[in-house]
Design a protein around this ligand. Structure first.
Ligand SMILES: Nc1ncnc2c1ncn2[C@@H]1O[C@H](COP(=O)(O)OP(=O)(O)OP(=O)(O)O)[C@@H](O)[C@H]1O
Length: 375
């Protein structure tokens, strides 16, 4: 019996970092095809040529950032002649801020804090690339933030036409997007489209079996042997598949492990998993709400403000139109996108035309959704 009890200085974790959300695993299972496409896009840079541009698209938690970071780390290990720069556009959402990050990566220190003009910053970057014969590859994660702040055109234009200002300068861009409806052809200017022309790399949601494989890998390296049963792994995987976001499963495993430790147990129980889910399910909500457009948040807010957690589509549209002035086609597209992101569910009542009679229900407690919306 005592062998089941965990002493105060003992733990169920072998390597707890395997359950951190920013942990980059050695192998990205089930993303071989996407990694191959990414490598193909950047490969010209290894030969000193301009890389192909790329656009990685997929719902939150489908491995886009991880795949790009893995390819970047392989590039950095292979050569100093290719400089990959990762930008989180939520944190750096202006052209100046992005080029300041590029400068920092190239020179190893930030641009002068007294501030220099964009023109000067840009020309120092371009000169450096030519003089040192280095090729620049910039990943723009959460690219939708750049689109929203109207900076996307300027950033891509400056980056991809650098050679016109400084002949011989070579740079490529990888846009990372969790908004599947964002249409580059519609939302970027023709001048930018003509130089961007990205290779589309799609990241579909993981199947239940794929989720299990990925979670088992974390369990193998992250937990001591025998901490969680096969049956409970299945349960965690099923909860994860409901949102399609791997973060839910990874975070659940960590919380379940901590719950077991709190009970001084060497093994995770059903109850530990259920309690973990109560917290981890909001991990998906946090990340998904981050990826929404202002109008999509406004749409969710209409349901939250109604005081109910479900509304008939027609009534919801009336409120939405009052708030945003947008028409039915935009509304219809947005409701479908929110369903795709598993933030709402849609039930047909069989009456009305063009979806007017659908019941739109929030998948989360309205209070929890409301807390995370800031429109
Ligand atoms: N194939 C995989 N193998 C192992 N871990 C994975 C895999 N795909 C995703 N993950 C893990 O899932 C979590 C989310 O992945 P990641 O941040 O790459 O997703 P994303 O698609 O960029 O999400 P978002 O659009 O919300 O930024 C990370 O902790 C990552 O390590």
């Amino acid at each position: 019996m005592t062998k089941d009890i965990l002493l105060w200085d003992q733990t169920v974790f072998k390597e707890q970092e395997y359950f951190e959300l920013d942990f980059l695993p050695e192998n990205l299972l089930h993303r071989e095809a996407q990694m191959r496409s990414l490598k193909f896009s950047v490969s010209p840079a290894l030969r000193g040529s301009t890389p192909l541009n790329a656009c990685c698209r997929g719902a939150p938690g489908t491995g886009k950032t991880s795949a790009v970071l893995k390819v970047f780390s392989e590039l950095e290990n292979a050569t100093q002649k290719v400089v990959p720069v990762y930008i989180n556009c939520q944190l750096d959402s202006t052209r100046y801020a992005i080029f300041a990050q590029i400068f920092k990566k190239l020179f190893g220190y930030p641009p002068p804090s007294s501030g220099i003009s964009f023109k000067k910053l840009f020309s120092q970057i371009a000169k450096h690339l030519v003089e040192k014969k280095r090729v620049l590859i910039v990943a723009l994660d959460d690219f939708n933030y750049l689109m929203a702040s109207k900076e996307a055109d300027e950033v891509l234009y400056s980056l991809l036409r650098m050679h016109e200002v400084q002949p011989g300068a070579k740079a490529g861009a990888i846009a990372i997007l969790s908004d599947l409806t964002l249409d580059m052809a519609r939302d970027l200017t023709p001048q930018v489209q003509s130089v961007f022309l990205p290779e589309e790399i799609l990241f579909p949601q993981y199947s239940l079996e794929e989720i299990k494989d990925i979670l088992k890998y974390r369990i193998k390296y992250g937990f001591m042997q025998g901490v969680i049963s096969e049956e409970l792994v299945d349960r965690v995987a099923r909860y994860t598949a409901e949102t399609g976001d791997l973060r839910v499963g990874i975070n659940m495993l960590k919380r379940a492990g901590l719950n077991a430790e709190r009970r001084a147990s060497r093994t995770i129980s059903e109850e530990d998993v259920e309690r973990a889910y109560e917290g981890s399910r909001y991990v998906h909500l946090n990340y998904t709400i981050r990826s929404l457009k202002k109008e999509e948040k406004a749409l969710l807010k209409c349901i939250v403000e109604s005081g109910k957690d479900e509304m008939m589509s027609g009534e919801l549209y009336d409120r939405f139109r009052e708030k945003t002035g947008l028409g039915y086609t935009s509304f219809y597209e947005m409701v479908n996108r929110l369903e795709g992101l598993k933030l709402v569910s849609l039930n047909n009542t069989g009456k009305g035309v063009r979806g007017q009679s659908r019941l739109v229900s929030l998948m989360y407690d309205p209070k929890e959704v409301g807390k995370r919306i800031d429109v």
